[in-house]
Design a protein around this ligand. Structure first.
Ligand code: ZN
Length: 379
């Protein structure tokens, strides 16, 4: 394709993106909001309202989430369909745009897809480009669709090697999760990351370090520490501890990934255990935020998994499917002055846009595109 033509398309892309975002975004996030230096976005993968309800019932307890001052909902649809997956769902939360399912922070099958010279920037890239620190923590593989949406660009979530390479080439301060074959200690060291594979090594990390952590997936999924694996709460606390060294602030994404995985198997034991672990991590983040005074915690899900319904006669919850449903998901915010209103339904992509605004960036800065030269070459 001739360069001039590419440039025109690139410009058109940016223009259309700006227009869509300006016109397409409802006005149900408030223009009257306070700015926060740091934002922690916590995503319970597959966590619907009824996933929380069944957890409360099974553990006979309220959740820490229930104490948060703002409880709204997010409409999780993807670009074309009323359902989504963790790639398009993650992209909406990371980049403020809705794309085709399977697409990780790329314009796949979007009307703007004709232009492959640019990609939407994510909140981590926005933060890093403006002097903040940024990190991604998950209980999934580090190349999983949700963490990938915040740390890579790929036409499909299945391109695990390309995603890992993009992450290693990037400038995030920390990427922690379960191990993937394409990330080795040698590659991490080559790319300037400290390699970590145990809770002991994680705890020993010092401020100013950049780190790539690869833990045992079975431990993370089942909330165990058999292989010296940290809990999601320990990872969250340590990530905050490392990132908050930066006087310009930080953005951190934490994913509780396995609520979704257990719900695909219609396994309430596993899913509710993961909700409890995730809820505990949220508590740790909010406790930090309250003490810090300059940090906002936003909690939501990328989609609901399992189509969980309630049978009032039996006072029982039950799964209706083994895939994702179109149900709206919960949205919790740790402060009432951040533009999110209790009881409101927002679009998933608005959450991302509002987080950018809260961090001090306006609509000319986010959503936005950056030049892209294609998927990374995997060595
Ligand atoms: Zn899923």
């Amino acid at each position: 394709m001739p360069t001039t033509f590419k440039r025109i398309l690139s410009f058109t892309t940016a223009l259309l993106l700006a227009l869509t975002c300006a016109l397409g975004l409802g006005n149900n996030v408030s223009d009257d909001y306070k700015e926060y230096k740091n934002v922690i976005l916590m995503i319970g993968d597959g966590m619907g309202e009824n996933t929380l309800a069944v957890t409360r019932q099974r553990y006979n307890t309220s959740l820490f989430l229930d104490t948060m001052p703002v409880h709204g909902n997010s409409d999780t649809r993807s670009f074309i369909f009323d359902y989504t997956d963790s790639a398009a769902g993650g992209t909406a939360l990371a980049c403020g745009i809705r794309v085709w399912i399977n697409s990780v922070a790329r314009f796949a099958f979007h009307p703007f897809t004709i232009d492959d010279t640019s990609v939407p920037i994510s909140l981590t890239e926005l933060a890093k480009a403006n002097g903040k620190s940024a990190g991604v923590v998950t209980t999934d593989k580090t190349s999983g669709a949700t963490p990938a949406s915040f740390s890579a660009h790929a036409i499909s979530r299945t391109l695990e090697k390309e995603i890992s390479t993009d992450q290693l080439n990037g400038d995030l301060d920390l990427i922690w999760g379960a191990d993937t074959d394409s990330v080795t200690e040698e590659r991490c060291t080559e790319h300037g990351f400290e390699y970590v594979s145990t809770a002991t090594e994680l705890e020993a990390l010092e401020e100013g370090s950049r780190s790539f952590a690869q833990f045992d997936f079975d431990d993370l999924k089942n909330c165990k520490s058999d292989n010296d694996t940290p809990s999601i709460t320990e990872m969250t606390e340590k990530a905050i501890d490392l990132l908050d060294d930066n006087e310009n602030g930080f953005f951190l994404m934490v994913e509780g990934a396995c609520i979704d995985k257990f719900s695909h198997d219609n396994d309430f034991d596993g899913a509710t255990k993961c909700v409890m672990a995730f809820d505990d991590a949220v508590k740790a983040a909010v406790e930090y935020a309250k003490e810090d005074g300059e940090t906002l915690v936003v909690v939501t899900a990328d989609h609901e998994t399992g189509g969980i319904k309630y049978d009032a006669e039996k006072d029982e919850y039950y799964y209706t499917k083994d895939g994702h449903s179109t149900a709206d998901v919960p949205l919790f915010v740790s402060e009432a002055d951040a533009g999110f209103t209790d009881g409101q339904l927002v679009e998933n992509r608005q959450i991302s846009v509002q987080i950018a605004r809260v961090m001090g960036f306006d609509e000319t800065q986010f959503p936005a595109v950056k030049p892209y030269s294609g998927d990374p070459v995997v060595k």
